[in-house]
Design a protein around this ligand. Structure first.
Ligand code: HEM
Length: 502
């Protein structure tokens, strides 16, 4: 009803729309970037659009990101915005089903499972999984061919999704999950995933079979993890020091240990948080490398220079070395600049909030007020593609990250600045980076906790693939915005041939 009432003069401008309840849902849903850029031209950096009865106030540009991502959780609240989507999938008592302070403690626990020692151990495991996959998956049957010059093809998203789940389960998720990655697990995962869509976000309770299947899958998945934890508590020591092991030792400030359900649900949350984000980024990276053979060749030569052993073969990667490969680093950074998997970051507005005048204002001495009950939306991608910040903003050009005085390097420094404003989850302060024009992992309190793991997983995966294969594609596909995570549209078939026999 509120959206039918006239807008107060202090409220940000409302995007013109014909249909009252639906509002701008179609333009936003089909192409949010075009929608935001068009609205920015008409209304400036702050405006409100209607999305199935919700009023969503968008704040664009680095100052807009700072306004939303740097906001206090008592005012701009994440759990109110996301819980109806995430709790049926992740489960109760974790993430957005608990007050923010509790979730912040849980983030700290996850950080323990992502310690440098664990990350070091993961590199070899990921390399092994990727090589195993290339040698056995039917898409890579050219591996069995006698002629090294034979070309094959693969659907990059399908392959990246499989490799991501294999590598994440081998490392973070642990031995039992990797061992249980059979059809039953894949079906449960798919049912959960089909319950984690924009439709579920917009309409939490539809009487559709996919909603029911999501609930059944959640119950079974939760049981699957609880059984693993129980077996470990009963003395099963046949596992490495993975995330479950780390979480089983963690205590809240109150002194209480995490219980089995909480651990199970955190594991499901991590599975879902890392799967599409990493597989989408891996897919976009390989697509760009396939479309830019010169960059792929430079990346390959970086591997040769850094890892060629006395026997002429490329030796295994190590964690330390992986962190000091500038071409690999710039290829991932540039891909995340153009294709951050999450395009819209939402919060629910718990109390009226004044928009800083430097960001947008109705008049010289007026201030816009975002009213309680609205949602706010940050879109770092708008700043990451802003032509007034980035030269040739729509060109995928990893070399822009090489110039230590350039815009990209400065943006990155702001994002990770040691002296910038910090936030402390209890494991040491990290930069909030809320006003950087580069924020693929979000910023502020809710900043991604999987950033280092994702870099390691992607770095190892891309290095292993580029050591093995030459890639080609005529054109990088357009974005598909109809899924939660931005994916390349079909067809996304890459041609490849092997570099070497062994
Ligand atoms: C939060 C991006 C991989 C776990 C976020 C946010 C972004 C993001 C943009 C902020 C969301 C918000 O503010 O509402 C990415 C990208 C990834 C990636 C680009 C890979 C390329 C991962 C992985 C994990 C993970 C591998 C787990 C191991 C999380 C968690 C949060 C988060 C726990 C915290 C949410 C919060 O505090 O509200 N991620 N992510 N992410 N991510 Fe990631």
């Amino acid at each position: 009803i509120r959206q039918l009432l006239p807008r107060k003069a202090t409220e940000p401008p409302v995007v013109f729309h014909w249909l009252p309840f639906i509002g701008s849902a179609v333009s936003y849903g089909n192409d949010p970037m075009n929608f935001f850029f068009e609205c920015q031209k008409k209304y400036g950096n702050v405006f409100t659009f209607i999305l199935f009865g919700r009023r969503v106030t968008v704040a664009l540009g680095p100052k807009g990101n700072n306004f939303i991502l740097g906001g206090k959780s008592v005012v701009f609240n994440a759990e109110d915005a996301y819980t109806h989507l995430t709790t049926p999938v992740f489960g109760k008592e974790v993430v957005y089903d608990v007050p923010n302070e509790v979730f912040m403690e849980q983030k700290k626990f996850v950080k323990v499972g992502l310690s440098t020692d664990n990350l070091k151990a993961y590199v070899g495991m990921i390399e092994e999984e990727v090589e195993g996959f290339l040698n056995h998956d039917p898409s890579f049957k050219v591996y069995q061919a006698n002629d090294i010059n034979e070309w094959g093809t693969f659907d990059v998203v399908k392959v990246m999704q499989e490799i991501t789940i294999l590598t994440a389960s081998r490392t973070l998720q642990g031995k039992e999950v990797r061992g249980g990655l059979d059809k039953t697990f894949a079906d449960l995962y798919n049912d959960l995933d089909n319950g984690f869509t924009p439709l579920n976000f917009l309409f939490p309770n539809l009487p559709l079979p996919s909603y029911r299947r999501r609930d059944i899958a959640h119950a079974k998945m939760s049981e699957f993890y609880v059984n693993i934890i129980k077996a470990r508590r009963n003395g099963n020591n046949d596992h490495e020091h993975d995330m479950i092991a780390a979480l089983m030792q963690q205590k809240y400030r109150s002194g209480r240990l995490l219980n089995d359900r909480e651990i199970a649900h955190m594991m499901i949350a991590l599975l879902m948080a890392g799967q599409h984000t990493s597989s989408a980024t891996g897919s976009w990276t390989l697509l760009h490398l396939a479309a830019n053979p010169a960059v792929a060749e430079a990346l390959y030569q970086e591997q040769v220079t850094s890892f060629k052993g006395p026997d002429g073969k490329l030796r295994p990667l190590t964690y330390e070395e992986l962190r000091s490969l500038p071409i690999l680093d710039s290829v991932i950074r540039e891909t995340l600049r153009m294709h951050p998997p999450i395009h819209s970051i939402m919060r629910y507005v718990r109390d009226d909030v004044a928009v800083p005048q430097s960001l947008a204002a109705p008049s010289e001495n007026g201030t816009y007020i975002v009213p309680k009950g609205n949602y706010v939306l940050a879109c770092p991608l708008v700043s990451q593609l802003d032509p007034s910040t980035w030269k040739d903003a729509n060109e995928w050009d990893p070399s822009r990250w090489n110039d230590s005085e350039g815009v990209a390097a400065q943006a990155y420094k702001m994002y990770v600045d040691e002296n910038g404003e910090k936030i402390d989850y209890g494991f040491g302060a990290v930069s909030k980076g809320t006003e950087s024009p580069y924020q693929p992992f979000g910023a502020g309190k809710h900043r991604c906790i999987g950033e280092q793991f994702a870099y390691l997983q992607l770095g190892t995966l891309i290095s292993t693939v580029i050591r093995e294969l030459e890639l080609r594609i005529d054109q990088v596909p357009e974005h598909n915005y109809h899924t939660m995570i931005v994916m390349p549209k079909t067809p996304r078939t890459i041609s490849y041939r092997r570099r070497k026999f062994d």
